[in-house]
Design a protein around this ligand. Structure first.
Ligand SMILES: [Zn+2]
Length: 213
């Protein structure tokens, strides 16, 4: 015969499962955070490489202009080349400033990301331990649950219903969804401590004695 303590065990089982789930999603969040920062770093490195490539292309262009200017050219052609050279110089100066900024940023950021990685690694092992402890404690409760309870629990838990898997009977209704509950079911739950699910929302009814705890 099930007893009221079985319901406390089932509630404990449920809250441990929730704890493990919270730890798991915190781990996912930490990993996503690391990924975002790494993407930021990669993006800036790529930007720097693009700017450096542009500087190299401009150096070639300048050499080419210098070579052309040593030839005999019409005055209009010379001033056109000189104008072009001036534009290149202006852009090169802009790029040098940007590249300097990129390098400063990357130097600082590389150090930062090492800290972030270390920090995240620490958090992850903490969370992993939390998850493991919760899951182990959960597992240890299984042999003490009445037969069939785990299956009933898992059926509703798999749906991960909002506000949890438990409900109670109040004025012959499911407290959660207001679906009618017969007097006999009410007494099976409250006096015989049977595990019954609401026929409408599927939540498991806690006997009133197990609600307070
Ligand atoms: Zn219900």
């Amino acid at each position: 015969m099930p007893e009221v303590d079985d319901f406390f065990r089932l509630k404990e089982y449920d809250s441990l499962g929730r704890e493990a789930m919270v730890a798991k999603s915190a781990m996912d969040e930490e990993l996503a955070r690391l990924k975002r920062r790494e993407a930021e770093l990669a993006e800036r490195r790529e930007l720097l490489a693009t700017r450096e490539a542009e500087v190299r292309a401009m150096n070639h262009k300048m050499a080419e202009l210098d070579r052309l200017l040593t030839q005999r050219l019409a005055p209009e052609a010379i001033s056109k080349l000189e104008e072009e050279g001036l534009e290149i110089l202006v852009r090169q100066q802009e790029l040098e400033i940007l590249i300097e900024e990129d390098r400063t940023f990357l130097a600082g950021f590389s150090a930062t990301i090492e800290d972030i990685r270390r920090d995240i690694d620490n958090k992850l092992s903490e969370l992993r331990l939390k998850e493991k402890v919760a899951l182990d404690r959960q597992k240890a409760l299984i042999p003490d649950l009445p037969e069939g309870w785990l299956v009933s629990y898992q059926k509703i838990a798999a749906k991960n219903p909002a506000h949890g898997v438990f409900s109670r009977i109040q004025s012959q209704q499911c407290q959660f969804c207001r679906f009618a509950v017969s007097k006999s079911v009410e007494s099976e739950v409250d006096t015989q401590y049977q595990l019954k699910a609401c026929s409408s929302c599927g939540r498991l009814f806690l006997p009133y004695k197990a609600v307070a705890g």
